[in-house]
Design a binder for this molecule. Structure first.
Ligand SMILES: *Cc1c(COP(=O)(O)O)cnc(C)c1O
Length: 434
């Protein structure tokens, strides 16, 4: 039996905590982000032996969770969370051969965030079940997809309430509907401000003494419980055996998804590297190029779940990889809205594939990478959201309206509840303490 993995902050190497504490605290007390103190080694053989995506998930999470929770409890939680497929689709058509799309959007809220949110919810619930105490409030800022994935993932789990903050008028109508449908134990707040305001409010709430007695936790991608399961689908590509040593192209915002991929890589998953595909918010591509930039606000784009000024997981990436290694392993690209639409159109015309705007940013970066490097090897682009979440944009780009799966069409029949709030800490405190 290998040694129990503990968790530590990116800013302080002395204090280590259990998985339960890391999940519950979200952000470490020193303002840093939790990371496992050791990255285990997943032998490629063990990955290929896994019988299914779920089985792979259990094998990959074992070193991170075993010893912190009883085996029967956490394996059940993980199996429950990973209850949908992640198909790999090969693009076939002029200019797209060798590019594959890993569809991560077949969960209940149709984005890859279901994977992390569902797993975090169930693991946190399992950790809390052993300590009878006041309910925990999950506070989450969302630029669209996180909120609905977290609301859906946590809803109905006893002892866990959710308060979600989203920027009013800055998410698509479908995304908004997904956020505000009435769910057990969930409150949706429409903040009159930007996503960065929402994120700032959540951070401030954690530092507010008046809220200490509320047991607050976060379910943003700063929570390590979201990241760990996101490593699994990278390895699933290897398990399925259709593509060997690909480069992964990751549509990125807060860099949680990319960081999870890097953790899989460091744990032994063979791949050629990563492409960080950003929209006009190109803070990270600038960092990779060594261009110093002062942190600014976020720019609004068509791929709005990636509208992040300064990615919060950069601190984790930098703590996992020295600058030189990071530049060797990851290439960063930035794509305009114009190119996002043009790419969605070109891929549809050449292959018949309907890509959502986030995936289109990834597809554009994949092609740019090919042109720039001449690397003709396989590329796996992570398809992060279902095109039917963005029907207007997809229709504008391709002339075709994506068919909404049942999980979406049902939403319009359900009752909604939303509370508008000012972008101030006072307003949030009032809501959390009433
Ligand atoms: C959240 C999100 C992203 C960005 O993921 P990060 O982990 O924040 O980098 C990309 N695409 C979609 C559809 C998303 O919801």
């Amino acid at each position: 039996m290998s040694e129990l993995i503990q968790y530590g902050s990116t800013r302080n190497s002395d204090r280590t905590v259990s998985l339960g504490t890391a999940l519950l605290e979200g952000l470490a007390h020193d303002g840093g982000l939790y990371l496992p103190r050791r990255i285990p080694n997943h032998a490629p053989g063990a990955i290929r032996e896994a019988r299914s995506f779920t089985d792979l998930g259990v094998r990959m999470l074992r070193p991170y969770v075993a010893g912190h929770l009883p085996d029967a409890v956490w394996t059940q939680a993980v199996q429950d969370a990973l209850s949908f497929p992640v198909p790999l689709v090969a693009m076939e058509g002029a200019g797209w051969d060798g590019i594959h799309v890993l569809e991560l959007f077949h969960g209940p809220t149709l984005s890859f965030k279901d994977v992390g949110a569902r797993t975090l919810a169930r693991l946190l619930h399992a950790c809390l079940a052993s300590e009878p105490a006041a309910p925990v409030t999950v506070l989450v800022a969302t630029s669209g997809d996180t909120g609905s994935a977290v609301a859906d993932g946590f809803s109905g789990l006893p002892g866990l309430d959710v308060v979600l903050l989203y920027p009013l008028g800055q998410v698509s109508p479908v995304q908004e509907r997904q956020l505000i449908v009435r769910r057990d134990g969930v409150r949706a707040l429409a903040v009159r401000g930007s996503f960065d305001d929402c994120q700032r409010l959540v951070k401030e709430a954690f530092r507010t003494p008046a809220l200490r007695h509320r047991r607050l936790t976060s379910a943003n991608s700063i929570n390590i419980g979201r990241l760990l399961p996101q490593s699994i689908y990278y390895a699933e590509v290897l398990r399925s055996g259709t593509v060997k040593t690909p480069i992964f192209c990751v549509p990125s915002g807060n860099l949680g998804n990319l960081t999870a991929g890097v953790m899989a890589h460091l744990a032994g998953m063979p791949n050629r590297g990563f492409i960080a595909a950003h929209n006009a918010n190109h803070f990270f591509p600038d960092v990779l190029r060594g261009v110093g930039r002062r942190p600014g606000g976020s720019i609004r784009t068509l791929s709005n779940a990636m509208d992040v000024g300064v990615p919060s997981n950069l601190e984790r990436l930098q703590s996992l990889l020295p600058a030189e290694a990071m530049r060797r392993l990851i290439r960063g690209y930035s794509t305009t809205d114009e190119d996002t639409l043009a790419t969605a159109r070109r891929v549809y015309e050449a292959t018949g594939y309907l890509a959502d705007p986030h995936t289109a940013v990834g597809l554009h970066a994949a092609q740019t990478y090919r042109e720039e490097t001449g690397d003709g090897g396989p590329i796996v682009v992570l398809a992060t959201a279902h095109p039917a979440k963005f029907p207007d944009i997809v229709e504008k780009a391709t002339g075709t309206t994506p068919v909404a799966p049942k999980a979406l069409s049902d939403l319009w029949e359900r009752p909604v509840h939303v509370e508008p709030v000012a972008p101030t800490l006072e307003a949030l405190i009032e809501i959390l303490t009433d």
